[in-house]
Ligand binder design. Structure first.
Ligand SMILES: *[C@@H]1O[C@H](CO)[C@@H](O)[C@H](O)[C@H]1NC(C)=O
Ligand SMILES: *[C@@H]1O[C@H](CO)[C@@H](O)[C@H](O)[C@H]1NC(C)=O
Ligand SMILES: *[C@@H]1O[C@H](CO)[C@@H](O)[C@H](O)[C@H]1NC(C)=O
Ligand SMILES: *[C@@H]1O[C@H](CO)[C@@H](O)[C@H](O)[C@H]1NC(C)=O
Ligand SMILES: *[C@@H]1O[C@H](CO)[C@@H](O)[C@H](O)[C@H]1NC(C)=O
Ligand SMILES: *[C@@H]1O[C@H](CO)[C@@H](O)[C@H](O)[C@H]1NC(C)=O
Ligand SMILES: *[C@@H]1O[C@H](CO)[C@@H](O)[C@H](O)[C@H]1NC(C)=O
Ligand SMILES: *[C@@H]1O[C@H](CO)[C@@H](O)[C@H](O)[C@H]1NC(C)=O
Ligand SMILES: *[C@@H]1O[C@H](CO)[C@@H](O)[C@H](O)[C@H]1NC(C)=O
Ligand SMILES: [Zn+2]
Length: 886
């Protein structure tokens, strides 16, 4: 009983937090309006801000304290005041909760329910370099490269507004904002809304105060402001309802690389406004491209901020993919102006409610505005691949899950949540059909504009337009509130014309199947005699918990294919006979029997995953992969070859040689179909062919197909390598260095060192990283890793990623990584190092090698990657053995 009395002692102690130990603010007060005045000091010697925030509070429940968020701010409590029109209160005491980042003010007397008060708090803070809150950044002058220019910018999402001013920093506490912003007049100031008027500072010479128009009801994480002396690359008016005016702010030296983004911005916004049939409510959007930025981009209402790399495009050096990716980023941020800014999740647990739709609609925007890129097919295919792999481990979590502190909130922003969120939206789209889906989406936006939602609000809006007699909330909860996905297995009774369908969770290590999970699975079948892959709304459902059903579909002589367009996120296994009929069609029928490319990709991905689990044979896998020689589309071709390589890279000795020969045979017909590589600078290549051709040329050279290598070398020695189109230059540089002499290497090393821009550095690095002589490669790796310039040390990652793929340098490269692990750990973040790590893991063939790798990397926080096991050593070894038998 001794322990018990101690517990009682703890509870009665006057530790105030024991009274309020919860991660959300009390629901006693509602902030309705913020009046924010901030003066920023920013020069060589002074870099801080000071301000006053006045918050209009509506008292929902009588209370004797005011609890809000503040972190790293200096607050003079004697300056705080709390007043209503009838009454003046005072502060008895204040307290900080580090755990919850709360600032708690204990009042002299109660605030009365139903009354309105004005809380005024003065505060000060340092402009930090952590790229969160209100932070500073800098760049050197273009002409006088030793002159430094500063800027100060905000990054409030998700939980960093509290670093800049005291506030109710939760997405559900929406309020209006009046921002008045003071700074030295040599700077330009921006906030979410246009400047209303500017006036001189009361006493500071050359300082001005500029007040901005009132911002509509919004969450704190979307408020933004900045002072800077960047250059406007162009002012463009869009054709939207408000004729929204765009300005685009960049460092002078990269202004000339912004044309494409500047041109696309107003078009994207206009498209989305028409698409959602809901006007964009602000009158301007400033796009600020910051030399340092924590995320690729941030959708602040009316003041969208970007990383430089996510906005600029260098025609001479960058790949087409970069242009497309950047455009997609902008489309994503602009989709947020509706999904997130206008309609906002109540709490970060439902982050997917803004990221899923913004990601998915971002894809649709690109399809509409740049159809020649065939963007969404490519992205969806990649997302599916990532999802099926990632969500097949026992370490994933539901996309909607509660989060209880800032670290957990930040962790929600993962590729997994974005991509599964997008795939979930796509599944809803296909289940409901295009017309209903968009009607539901428009109703939802209209209904919840300026408000907050939970996922059930989205599902209920869609339910209203659904023809289906299903409960969308129940159906969708099974996908969003639990991790993982099902494997649907079909067993056909060809005599009876029946098919038995069941589900179980797909887990990569098959001893781990969690029998208790089930999903509401939409079933759409396509049959060989009626290959309609467009009209695909589900005709049946596999219910949950009932997990098996028998249906009458198809005739005995034809294949069945489940899940056309892979619109629902599950894998499918068929009986062997059905697989064989599918393979036969892929091999022999015109246009693959109408089976769309995204299904062709998935058939390969599923079958290989099933073989790895021992659910199907590798013989069947190789039978299917034979059709690859006939494949004319990029996506299936790329996936097929890449999948084979992933497994093949684990083979050793004779098996490895045999495998290389096999891949060479797969590639040869593709290579022979393309024009000679030597002609690359003289023929126009359609934009949707660029990636395909580069892939085939690159792979063909890697496996020594025909004259690929000598063609590439010829291109380089023409001494016109600079005239090789940017999209193919890396390929040519790579071969030139791999097959070239020490002199070639030294020449390119010189070019690398003299390159002024990251794009150029990266192009040369892609060549240098291909050296087949490790002592040369080491010279480059040492130079890159020790550089203080970020874009140069980034080239280390690029080079080792290439080198790890090359047998003759892989071992020494791995050692180089181990030898520099601590330095890498300091210089890079986990997401930068992930590709290297994944490559090293893929090469492992025994559990002993895995232990060795873990031993080398233990204690290094950025290398901590809980997914080390997921590739499953076991399956890899099995593949190894099976291929040898083949
Ligand atoms: C920098 O700003 C501070 C605060 O505004 C000011 O006192 C100081 O004189 C400024 N220094 C220079 C070099 O302009
Ligand atoms: C502040 O007041 C609310 C409601 O009156 C109460 O629930 C909460 O525990 C108080 N907070 C603290 C830290 O005392
Ligand atoms: C908060 O302040 C601490 C101590 O001054 C500092 O170490 C930390 O970097 C600051 N955090 C941010 C995000 O600025
Ligand atoms: C930028 O200017 C600072 C201050 O003069 C100087 O120390 C630094 O080396 C310059 N950086 C570059 C990349 O030129
Ligand atoms: C915000 O500022 C504008 C312009 O001064 C003013 O008309 C408006 O009343 C202010 N809003 C609030 C809620 O104080
Ligand atoms: C602002 O930028 C302009 C043009 O780049 C330059 O002429 C001016 O000196 C800069 N001012 C400051 C204070 O950096
Ligand atoms: C996942 O599986 C591994 C074994 O493969 C096991 O060690 C680990 O505890 C499991 N994790 C969870 C969350 O079940
Ligand atoms: C956030 O919560 C997680 C899980 O409860 C915990 O492990 C972590 O230490 C917490 N982080 C902070 C900064 O409180
Ligand atoms: C399917 O349902 C049956 C009976 O309802 C149950 O025994 C079985 O464990 C379930 N299997 C899976 C994979 O959920
Ligand atoms: Zn986003």
């Amino acid at each position: 009983m001794f322990g018990f009395s101690i517990q009682i002692l703890f509870i009665v102690l006057p530790g105030v937090l024991a009274l309020y130990d919860y991660h959300l603010l009390p629901e006693t007060l509602e902030p309705q309006h913020y009046d924010l005045r901030i003066l920023t000091h920013l020069n060589d010697t002074a870099q801080y801000f000071e301000g006053v925030v006045k918050i209009d509070l509506w008292v929902l429940q009588t209370t004797k304290n005011i609890t809000l968020h503040a972190k790293n701010l200096t607050i003079d409590k004697t300056g705080i005041s709390v007043k209503s029109s009838r009454d003046s209160n005072c502060i008895e005491n204040v307290e900080l909760s580090e755990k919850y980042e709360f600032y708690i003010m204990y009042l002299c007397k109660e605030l009365n329910a139903g009354e309105k008060y004005i809380l005024e708090i003065p505060f000060k803070g340092q402009l930090n370099e952590s790229q969160t809150g209100y932070y500073k950044s800098s760049y050197n002058d273009t002409e006088n490269k030793y002159k430094t220019h500063y800027l100060a910018v905000t990054q409030f999402s998700p939980t960093f507004a509290r670093l800049a001013f005291p506030c109710f920093d939760q997405p559900n506490w929406k309020a209006t904002f009046n921002v008045t912003f003071g700074y030295h007049k040599e700077y330009k100031g921006l906030s979410n809304t246009p400047v209303r008027k500017c006036e001189k500072h009361e006493f500071l010479e050359d300082y001005i105060w500029c007040s901005h128009e009132q911002l509509l009801r919004t969450s704190t994480y979307l408020v933004a402001y900045a002072i800077h002396n960047l250059t406007n690359a162009g002012t463009v008016t869009s054709l939207t309802h408000n004729q929204v005016v765009f300005r685009n702010w960049l460092q002078p030296k990269i202004v000339n690389q912004s044309d494409f983004s500047v041109e696309m911005a107003p078009k994207i916004l206009k498209y989305l406004e028409d698409f959602f049939q809901l006007n964009f409510p602000l009158s301007k959007i400033d796009q600020l491209i910051s030399p340092t930025h924590k995320f690729r981009a941030m959708e602040n209402w009316g003041l969208v901020t970007y990383q430089e790399n996510a906005f600029v495009f260098n025609e001479a050096y960058d790949l087409q993919e970069k242009k497309e990716t950047n455009c997609n980023t902008m489309a994503h941020e602009f989709s947020h102006q509706w999904f997130g800014n206008l309609v906002t999740m109540k709490w970060w647990k439902d982050l997917w409610l803004k990221e899923g739709p913004s990601t998915y609609f971002g894809y649709l925007v690109l399809d509409a505005l740049q159809p020649q890129w065939e963007w969404s097919d490519g992205k969806i295919t990649k997302d599916l691949a990532y999802f099926f792999r990632h969500d097949a481990t026992n370490m994933t979590r539901p996309i909607s899950r509660d989060v209880k502190n800032s670290t957990e909130v930040l962790d929600q922003f993962s590729k997994y949540v974005y991509e599964k969120g997008a795939l979930t939206m796509r599944m809803l789209h296909k289940i409901l059909g295009t017309e209903n889906f968009f009607e539901g989406i428009r109703n939802y936006l209209q209904k919840y504009a300026y408000q907050n939602v939970e996922q059930t609000d989205l599902f209920s809006s869609l339910q209203e337009v659904a023809n289906e007699n299903i409960n969308l909330n129940v159906v969708m909860d099974s996908w969003t509130l639990q991790e993982g996905y099902p494997l649907i297995t079909l067993k056909r009774d060809y005599k009876k014309g029946e098919v038995k369908v069941n589900q179980k969770r797909f887990i990569q290590q098959n001893n781990l199947q969690l029998e208790t999970q089930c999903w509401w699975v939409p079933l759409s079948f396509v049959s060989q005699s009626d290959p309609n892959f467009e009209d695909i709304q589900p005709n049946h459902w596999l219910e949950c918990p009932s997990n098996e059903t028998t249906l009458k579909v198809g005739t005995s002589k034809e294949w069945l294919l489940l899940n056309p367009q892979v619109y629902a996120i599950y894998r499918v296994n068929y009986d062997e006979h059905n697989w064989k009929m599918l393979i036969n069609t892929l091999q022999n029928e015109v246009d693959y029997g109408g089976i769309p490319k995204i299904n062709r990709v998935q058939l390969m991905d599923d079958l290989l995953a099933l073989a790895a689990l021992g659910e199907q044979s590798y013989d069947l896998v190789f039978e299917l992969f034979e059709y690859l020689k006939l494949e004319r589309d990029y996506l299936p071709c790329e996936r097929g070859i890449t999948l084979l390589q992933q497994y093949g890279s684990l083979l050793k000795d004779q098996a490895a040689e045999d495998f290389n020969l096999y891949l060479k045979q797969q590639l040869t017909p593709h290579y022979r179909r393309l024009p000679k590589l030597k002609l690359i600078d003289s023929i126009e290549i359609p934009v949707n062919e660029i990636a395909f051709r580069r892939f085939i040329y690159t792979q063909s050279c890697l496996y020594n197909v025909d004259d690929c290598v000598s063609q590439a070398v010829m291109l380089n020695t023409n001494d016109s390598s600079i005239s090789v189109p940017a999209n193919f230059r890396q390929l040519v540089y790579c071969i030139a260095i791999e097959k070239g002499t020490t002199w070639d290497f030294q020449q390119m090393m010189k070019l690398f060192k003299n390159s002024p821009t990251p794009a150029q550095q990266s192009a040369f690095a892609s060549g240098l990283g291909c050296s087949s002589n490790f002592s040369q490669l080491k010279e480059f790796l040492d130079y890159a890793i020790h550089s203080d310039t970020k874009s140069i040390s980034d080239c280390y990652i690029q080079a080792v990623t290439a080198a790890l793929k090359r047998d003759n340098v892989a071992r020494e490269t791995k050692q180089h990584i181990f030898d520099h692990a601590e330095m890498l750990n300091k210089k890079f973040k986990r997401k930068d190092l992930e590709p290297i790590l994944m490559h090293m893991v893929k090469e492992l063939t025994t559990p002993e090698e895995l232990s060795e790798l873990k031993e080398h990397l233990k204690d290094l926080s950025q290398f901590k990657e809980p997914k080390l096991e997921i590739l499953g050593i076991r399956q890899v070894v099995m593949f190894n053995i099976r291929f040898r038998i083949n």
